[in-house]
Design a protein around this ligand. Sequence first.
Ligand SMILES: [Zn+2]
Length: 499
Amino acid sequence: MKRFTVLVIMVCAAASAAAQQENPDPQLSVFHTISSERLLAYADTLSSPGFGGRLTGSPGFTAAAQWVAGYLERWGLQPAGDASTYFQTFEIPWVEVKDAGALGLHLSGNDGEMLDKWYRPVADFYPGTNSDSGSVTAEVIYAGHGVTAPERGYDDYAGIDVRGKIVLIDIDVPVSRDDDQYADWVPYCYHQYKLNNAAAHGAAGLLYVNHIANPNTSYNEGLIYCHISGAVAEDIFFNTGKSYSGVKKRIQDTRSPASFATGKTVTITAHTVFHPRGEGCNVAGLIPGSDPKLKEEVIIVGGHLDGVGDLGFLLPGALDNGSGVANMMEAARALAQSPVAPKRSILFLFIGGEECGLLGSQLYCRNPLFPKENTVAYFNLDMVGTGSGLRVGGVESFPLIEACFTRANDQYIHRPLRVSEYREPGVGRPRSDGVIFAREGYRSFSFGTFRQEGDPRTPTYYHHPLDRIDTLDPEIMEDVAKLMYLGLTRMARADRLFR
Ligand SMILES: [Zn+2]
């Protein structure tokens, strides 16, 4: 070999080594643009008053859906909804809550004088998201779980007359979740069922011991209701010779109703406007696969865009689920701008109506935008924004998929990463979009985060006015988006995902 040739080879080798060092992995250029600042900015906008808490059907939700779609378009994701739009729409009635309303207990003193105790919104009660408008003052009748189950020989409404009265009822059913018979009681677990059953029995008002802002209920004309704390229920039981907690326990122990008239008078006031013909939607954007064959296979990344709205006070929904939506947006941007094209297709699905009873995920499963048999996995994100550890749920049972995420983390992210075995969904009332997909036969995984010992304990506020961005940990959100970007790229490029 001539000296010149040797020199050329040496120079070329050195240059390529330098190039490799400068840019060892083409994915990294985009990887480094994933930023906690941008993630926090997304979550901030999502939880801002402009989107009004994102109750599905409300103008705030529609504005949030258009805002997300605008980004998807800017980043070049293809519209994957109805008629070449980003939206998969559905009808949904909704209720506008004008203010927090009022809740008062009227007690008669020993001298026959009336004493009024007025309760505080949030601390003591939440207005009903689907309450009729108006005011009701009436006697309170305790009606256990509010269940009429003739085939189980159980009726909380037997032997009481609640017409024109206010019923006081508990969440759940007389058997616990770990009981063998629980499956038979599932139809009676739904909040909608309980409200409808109270209305069917002629109740004019309802106090629901479920101290939370919750739109997963139903509107019944003539029924005014609110959600109360256990302490308010104890006040109503005061001087009846029974305690609320004692009666509740007895119903569980004996599985027989213990309904009775409390002799107490309560006022519930609600200011609402019913909109029977609202519209909700899922927002769907696709990154099409680059491989002529593998592009037919689809990975869905889903998370709910909606929140619990505004009850005269804003419920920002920063963690639930502004965090998941922000992570999805940043991962979608990175994947769309990546120089390493995914061979399989990736669908980003921002789901509506989750808080109203998992409506958007059920709609998708009834009307899938891509064939179910070609959908290789569904990943759910819900409340993914606190702590310092990462989690990918369900992938441990699929080692080729698991490796996509564990290797990406080992190589570039270096967070504690937990994976878990795949678990078939249980029989109870489904509580996440992931369960809806799993029950439809999709392989349903999840992205999550967890707190390690020593993490700062920012409290989490669930369906609460303090669910604001100051409770989020932007650094872990950045790493969720990075893990999604790298891991989903690997999944979308792997020759095989299953052994
Ligand atoms: Zn949620």
